[in-house]
Design a protein around this ligand. Structure first.
Ligand code: PNS
Length: 163
């Protein structure tokens, strides 16, 4: 059985992530989408909230599992017996950063974890979770960036923070 892991912060999941998830799910028997539980990054949503949002927006995809992990990706991948990580590439700036991480993971895992890159569909190439959060925090329209379920959660959270 061919398994892959798509790790990320997903704070929150965007249409860009969903595009990668849909495409990767057709390439593997099982796709584990895993949220990095990293409190140091001060996320807008807790890991549990991010997992719930991902579960909701991927509920129509059969071969998908949503989890969270902390620590090193190579350790978690070993624990769940996965040897391929998926990452999306939007632009050349992503590539420089991603290449370094992919090579580090390959080296650290003794060749056990390889990375497969999917280029983001052009219509989502501009999207990032950070810009979605910034736009929403100023009351801007993020309906083209995230699914309605996620949009509701962001506006609610921004309201809670902004008062
Ligand atoms: O969505 P993001 O924030 O770009 O995802 C980055 C992520 C979670 C894939 C990356 O930070 C990661 O794998 N972190 C876990 C810690 C780790 O394994 N670091 C080693 C690579 S330098």
């Amino acid at each position: 059985m061919k398994k892959a892991i798509y790790p990320g912060s997903f704070d929150p999941v965007t249409y860009g992530h969903l595009d990668v998830i849909h495409r990767a799910s057709t390439m593997f028997d099982e796709l584990v989408v895993s949220v990095l539980n990293n409190k140091a990054k001060s996320p807008l949503f807790s890991a549990e909230e991010r997992v719930k949002m991902l579960q909701e927006v991927t509920k129509d995809i059969g071969n998908i599992k949503i989890t969270s992990f902390s620590g090193l990706l190579i350790d978690y991948a070993k624990e769940i017996d996965v040897h391929i990580a998926i990452r999306g590439l939007r632009a050349i700036t992503d590539f420089e950063y991603e290449l370094q991480i992919a090579q580090t993971n390959r080296k650290l895992s003794g060749g056990e974890l390889d990375t497969v890159f999917l280029t983001t569909s052009l219509e989502y190439a501009y999207l990032s979770s950070s810009s979605v959060k910034e736009i929403a925090s100023f009351g801007g329209d993020v309906s083209q960036c995230v699914p309605p379920f996620v949009m509701e959660k962001i506006y609610k959270r921004c309201q809670e923070i902004n008062g």
